[in-house]
Design a protein around this ligand. Sequence first.
Ligand SMILES: Nc1ncnc2c1ncn2[C@@H]1O[C@H](COP(=O)(O)OP(=O)(O)O)[C@@H](O)[C@H]1O
Ligand SMILES: [Mg+2]
Length: 228
Amino acid sequence: MNILYKIENISKTYTSKLGENLLVLDDISLDIHKNDFISIIGASGSGKSTLLNILATIDEPDSGKLIYFDNNKQLELLKLNDKEISQQRNTKFGFIFQFHYLLPEFTALENVMMPAIIAGAKKETSKQKAEALLDRVDMTNRATHKPDEMSGGEQQRISIARSLINEPEIIFADEPTGNLDELNSKNIVNLLKELQSEKQLTIITATHSQEIAQNSKTIYTIKDKKLV
Ligand SMILES: Nc1ncnc2c1ncn2[C@@H]1O[C@H](COP(=O)(O)OP(=O)(O)O)[C@@H](O)[C@H]1O
Ligand SMILES: [Mg+2]
């Protein structure tokens, strides 16, 4: 399999308000292959979200390298400027979170369109793509509804559609079924699996869920600040 994203020697320390240092990730390296479905598991507080946020360039490590393989180019993400990193994030990465972060004042359709508009796409094109994605996640009949008019599972389907609008290569999903019941969790996991093979996606989840872990191709555990 082809390497898509190479993580080298990442460490991360948080400093508390009292000035105490807390080492969370200690010299973590990882090769992410194209088309993989990776689950990162580990106890609460073990550093799953921290690692995911670093991979997604939402948070910065103290040291280490993030090397992204973009066709024949190798991009060192931690060396890019703000504009280049936003470009990478907006076009190559998609995000799904436990608490969906849909914008409450916008409809489902508008929420799905939003990342495309932000990336500079035309409104009409964005709308057409968003409609196709809503259809794909079986939410066409909710296009004009606002997030608080939908259930948790429905909101998560909208979040998934939103994460796909810019045709990303990697989806980062932090506890994507964390606040869903068993049936809804199963449905979301199945949807992610289907989309992964349909769209040749690489998916990286941080999860407590056995359901997700069992359905992924590769499982890593964070234990004692290391990835095993
Ligand atoms: N912004 C922060 N400042 C200080 N400590 C943090 C911060 N974010 C997370 N932590 C600490 O880092 C550790 C790992 O957190 P996290 O990555 O959220 O774990 P997980 O997602 O596995 O539950 C925890 O001990 C947490 O309290
Ligand atoms: Mg977490």
